[in-house]
Design a protein around this ligand. Structure first.
Ligand code: SF4
Length: 440
């Protein structure tokens, strides 16, 4: 094992969504999505004292390196322990090899406080038990370094599920807070936790708005420092900032925390409703809330409106990829006037998506899962002006004359909150502007 430091048959049914007029159809077949390793790219930027060690093949190393792109001169916080032929054939003891690689790494990198062992397809194939490896290495390195594990394997996860698995493993490592018996009738000790990786700039903007509403002590998870442990108990209420965190939410619920139902903070409508849900739960006076939201909301409306002329009436088709598709479709339809031809989503968490589904235009065509050939046929029949899809589909579709937007950009780019609403709209208007310029 070497460390590389980088740098079916369709099965369709329609089910009415409770509380909405949408029919969610499902299909199963060949999928075109990234695996959960991709999440390392934004997670390593956020959690600044963590290291992500993929236990995988050269293919896994190439995926992470090429997705990260620009790490040649930096001391990176991710790498791959390559499972080679000797490991695969059982000649080498993969556990011993892994221990050796981790020892080398931690000796050289004294800044690492949390080490994630990230499972991959090859580590699953050779049945390398990374949770036992993490326990063993924890016993060796505790308390200087916490060693955790999760799977980013393409067999188990798609694209954004890697973040969910990572955050769930972090929560499991937090000490359980003892149950409090003192009553809290005025909710004076209620704590607000924002869950989902956000760019630091977005976190700072949101924190300013919470403070303007008089909500103090708001915590963001994951934080910039992995050693900071938010207190999670029955007084914690949490807002999801990302729609793909089902396992993370389950772990939080198990510790007594309560999820606040809300749409996601994308665009003016979603961000306003998201902050309003926080204000309601934390007992903020309506006038104070409205005052705090007024100026940022106006700025966001102005920034978004600039893109409306270009996008209004244009047809958009979503291939399933990031689980952000429904909130994005709601934003593009309600605030920019785009026509939704089909909204493909890899998986829909009915409860976490309930408020978003209510805001979608009636009878939106939603497809959960993927049968890629059939979806390409439907896309071509719909003649969309813009297609949102993964990198693997973008080039062939561009070659056929379609304008595409890579869904991965929507996860790498800060798009949440009021101050990003204009940038989010621009991510969709830019490919159309470029096409017009080339055609002119
Ligand atoms: Fe490919 Fe699996 Fe490695 Fe992802 S984890 S890069 S799908 S081999």
């Amino acid at each position: 094992m070497n460390t590389v430091i980088p740098i079916q048959v369709a099965n369709k049914e329609s089910t009415p969504t409770p509380g909405s007029t949408h029919q969610i159809s499902q299909e199963r077949g060949q999928r075109e999505v990234f695996c959960g390793l991709t999440g390392i790219i934004w997670l390593h930027r956020k959690i600044q004292d963590a290291f992500f060690l993929v236990v995988g093949s050269r293919t896994c190393a190439h995926l992470v390196q090429s997705a990260a792109g620009v790490m040649i001169f930096a001391e990176p916080r991710f790498g791959t322990a390559i499972i080679d032929d000797r490991d695969l054939s059982g000649i080498a003891d993969a556990n011993e090899e892994l221990d050796r690689v981790v020892n080398q790494l931690l000796k050289r990198r004294r800044d690492i406080r949390t080490l994630f062992l990230v499972g991959s397809c090859p580590s699953e194939v050779i049945k390398l038990d990374l949770s036992r490896a993490a326990q063993r290495l924890n016993a060796q390195f505790n308390p200087a370094v916490k060693v955790l594990n999760y799977s980013g394997s393409g067999i188990e996860t798609t694209f954004t599920q890697g973040e969910d698995a990572c955050l769930a493993s972090l929560i499991e490592s937090f000490p359980v807070v003892a149950h409090r018996d003192e009553p809290d009738p005025d909710n004076a000790h209620k704590k607000l936790l924002i869950v989902g990786t956000l760019a630091d700039v977005v976190e700072d903007q949101m924190q300013r708005i919470f403070k303007a509403m008089g909500i103090h002590g708001v915590e963001f998870f994951p934080g910039r420092n992995s050693q900071h442990v938010p207190e999670i108990d029955e007084r914690t209420v949490y807002l999801l900032a990302q729609p793909f965190l089902a396992d993370t939410a389950k772990r939080l619920d198990a510790r007594g925390a309560t999820r606040l139902p809300a749409p996601y903070p994308l665009g003016v409508q979603g961000t306003s409703a998201w902050f309003e849900a926080a204000a309601l739960a934390m007992g903020v006076d309506d006038a104070v809330r409205d005052q705090a939201l007024l100026a940022p909301r106006q700025r966001a409306q102005t920034a978004t409106a600039k893109h409306r002329n270009l996008l209004q009436g244009k047809k958009i088709f979503f291939f399933p990829d990031s689980q952000l598709e429904i909130p994005l479709a709601r934003f593009l339809s309600n605030e920019l006037g785009m026509q939704l031809t089909e909204v493909g989503v890899p998986y829909i968490h009915r409860q976490h998506m309930a408020q978003e589904l209510e805001l979608l235009p009636p009878n939106t065509v939603i497809m959960e899962g993927q049968h890629v050939e059939r979806q390409i046929d439907r896309c071509e029949a719909a003649h969309p002006d813009l297609v949102v899809c993964g990198l693997g589909l973008a080039n062939p579709l561009e070659a056929k004359g379609y304008t595409t937007k890579w869904s991965i950009e929507l996860v790498f780019t800060p798009i949440q909150g009021f101050d990003q609403a204009g940038d989010l709209a621009e991510l969709f208007s830019r490919p159309l502007t470029r096409k017009h310029k080339i055609a002119a």
